[in-house]
Design a protein around this ligand. Sequence first.
Ligand SMILES: C[S@@+](CC[C@H](N)C(=O)[O-])C[C@H]1O[C@@H](n2cnc3c(N)ncnc32)[C@H](O)[C@@H]1O
Length: 246
Amino acid sequence: MAQRTREPQKSDGSPEHYRPVRSFVLRAGRLTDGQKRALEELWPLYGIAGGTDAVEFDVLFGNDHPVILEIGFGNGDATWQMARNEPGLNFLGVEVHKPGVGHLLLKIEEYEISNLRIACEDAVELLRQRITSHSLSGVRIYFPDPWPKKRHHKRRIIQPPFVRLLAEKMKPSAILHLATDWAPYAEHMLDVMQCSPAFENLAAAGGRVPRPEWRPQTKYEKRGERLGHEVYDLVFRRRPETERGE
Ligand SMILES: C[S@@+](CC[C@H](N)C(=O)[O-])C[C@H]1O[C@@H](n2cnc3c(N)ncnc32)[C@H](O)[C@@H]1O
């Protein structure tokens, strides 16, 4: 999450410069030979070239099917399964971790998946600069980094400015699906979402929904399961402007 915070000030009190607070740390993960080949050969076919140009979904996918953005797909094992299971939708996955991107490219090749494309950049910048307003039919964010230490809470991707950004980019009635195995983060997500007039919680009592059977288990979810963590699925609908009295 590229929120701006103040760096140390100059001795005259004027701001020196601003440093973005990001929701991720770029780890120098080792690429397997297969992932290296995928990044060389498959990226040009399924990856979105960097830059700041607007992403034109109909050109990217060759059709006008609804587009679902998945943020922080990790190794992409849930992503390719969703794309296979929901062929009437287009999926755009965004992840900064290169080995995960390579892994997902190999799955696209293995299963000949045609409705999935990948961006390898900060999702916040992608949304801000390259995604057209009211163009997304859904956003899925599964097991985002919980940043458990209090001093790191500002790095959690679910924050009010980020939710406002999502609201701007999502179509009316589009669905935002969040999942986490970190109970305090689930509470934080609910607090942030409750303060957004743009979203309505679809759980009857305003909390979580039962785990949808269609959602494939992710790598981090399996890890949480091994640690005995409970999983929270939170589902919100993007309210049309009229419902918000605008
Ligand atoms: C805890 S992992 C979860 C991965 C996957 N969703 C899963 O459940 O297995 C969170 C992932 O989000 C990615 N991530 C965090 N912030 C991001 C951002 N702003 N843009 C793109 N990816 C991001 C990280 O690189 C990391 O791979």
